[in-house]
Design a protein around this ligand. Structure first.
Ligand SMILES: [Mg+2]
Length: 357
């Protein structure tokens, strides 16, 4: 079997509502669908979700790199040699993880279709579903409470709240949300680098009594000392997100003892294989992982869910990016029901392109 063609299609999808975090606000999702075709009629589907604020990637640059640098590395190669092809891609381009991610996901989709099995089974099989948080962007306190209540009514068991711009309001927001939702619903928070280390500690100490599951990325991504300072000065477990992209970041954070948890995202890591490697490194250090996402279609979310269902050390999921889209470019693959993500039993990712999208 060999790769004969790669299609690269930009997509622009409106969000249901604007999504604001400490790093900025988005009203639509700009991504890229990548289809890898083989000489025996299989097509693997992948996705680039370029995040200029987190990985420094854009749609235009991603398409250009895919066409000029990455496609030549994989053309005419056997798509089942995933590790070899990703090694070639990594040797050609140092960064651009979400471009690599699209290639890795599409190759895995081909593998699944070739073997006639869902990816979760091929990757190892550990659980049938995983609870996902549903995210509330930065909004006013009344809007946050309203949205939290409606998510819970619709089955959410875990609410993730974006904070990081207004320390006093953040504390009041979480206090009122906890009061409104009670203690059966888990609440996790994400500051997206919004606080200085001392402010983070001040805020988190006041939030400890509200049973926060964990806090994501309280300080700037580059401030590993600051992250460690926060971890050592609050009882709320601290999760690295923007500070961990690659396996190399994982080992550095472990050496520095800078955090309690990792947030793996396929778009930061460079795909399923790279994400699985981070989870394994973390497991050896006693660091549980969450698998998160950017705003993504069901292509990326299905890939991440398959990996989560096959990996013991991925204990948490924040895989709700597809739920923010007004419409998707694929159907099938993954579905979210009562706050749980599950995948179908179809081969590979299980997603199918919706024609005329
Ligand atoms: Mg985060």
């Amino acid at each position: 079997m060999k790769i004969t063609k790669v299609n690269v299609k930009p997509i622009l999808l409106p969000l249901k509502v604007p999504f604001k975090i400490a790093l900025g606000e988005d009203v639509e999702y700009e991504g890229v669908v990548v289809e890898i075709e083989t000489d025996n009629g299989l097509t693997g589907i992948g996705e680039i979700s370029p995040s200029h604020r987190i990985t420094g990637e854009t749609v235009g640059a991603s398409i250009s790199i895919m066409q000029t640098d990455i496609i030549p590395q994989i053309m005419d190669e056997n798509p089942l040699f995933i590790e070899k092809l990703m090694d070639k891609v990594n040797a050609r381009i140092i960064f651009n993880p979400s471009v690599k991610c699209a290639v890795d996901i599409a190759l895995h989709d081909i593998l699944g279709k070739y073997l006639g099995m869902p990816l979760k089974t091929i990757l190892g099989g550990f659980r049938e579903s995983i609870t996902t948080s549903i995210t509330i962007g930065i909004k006013s306190i009344p809007e946050t409470i309203e949205e939290g209540k409606s998510f819970v009514t619709n089955g959410a068991k875990v609410i993730k709240v974006k904070i990081g711009l207004t320390p006093e309001e953040d504390i009041e927001k979480i206090r009122l949300l906890r009061e409104e939702l009670g203690y059966k619903i888990a609440i996790r928070i994400d500051a997206n680098q919004g606080y200085e280390p001392r402010t983070a500690v001040k805020v988190l100490r006041q939030l400890e009594k509200y049973e926060i599951e964990f806090v994501e990325q309280p300080v700037a991504y580059w401030d590993i000392k600051g992250l460690k300072f926060v971890k050592n000065n609050t009882d709320i477990p601290v999760m690295a997100d923007e500070s961990i992209h690659s396996i190399y970041d994982a080992i550095n954070l472990i050496h520095e003892e800078a955090c309690d948890l990792f947030n793996i995202k396929l778009m930061k890591a460079g795909g399923i294989k790279a994400g699985a490697k981070i989870a394994a490194i973390a497991e050896s250090a006693g660091i549980p992982c969450m698998i998160g996402c950017m705003v993504e279609t069901k292509i990326g979310i299905a890939a991440a869910t398959h990996l989560a269902l096959a990996t013991k050390n991925i204990k948490y999921a924040d895989l709700d990016g597809h739920l923010m889209l007004r419409k998707d470019v694929v159907e099938g693959g993954v579905f979210t029901e009562n706050g749980e993500n599950k995948v179908t039993e179809k081969s590979g990712l299980g997603v199918t392109m919706i024609e005329n999208n």
